[in-house]
Design a protein around this ligand. Sequence first.
Ligand code: SF4
Length: 116
Amino acid sequence: MLNLLTKRAKVLHLGPANYCWFTAPSRALCLRLAGTPAADRPLIGMCDSARCPQATHHPCHRPVWAEHADRTKIFIGQLGTTRKTERTRLQADFDRASRVVAEIDAASASMTEESA
Ligand code: SF4
């Protein structure tokens, strides 16, 4: 694992919600959104890892995503019926966070089965 990390040190960025594998800058969502696809490092402040093909999510990231999903669900429940735009945006956010949690759980279950 350490050898892998050493080889990937120039492209791997460790974040609280994801690992960013910056191997193909032209595919980095943050750079595309910023209009700087030729940059040599990711824009962590604009990271949207749930939609970026350069990101991976792991069990250590699950609490962040689960809390985000829970909070978003509460916000949605507090919106009035006339707030359709906000509801749509928050629902998409909730769906992405829930998908990431489900993918982490599925990967964890798969690894558990393989090691059994
Ligand atoms: S959007 Fe996030 S995961 Fe994707 S390249 Fe940018 S910083 Fe990395």
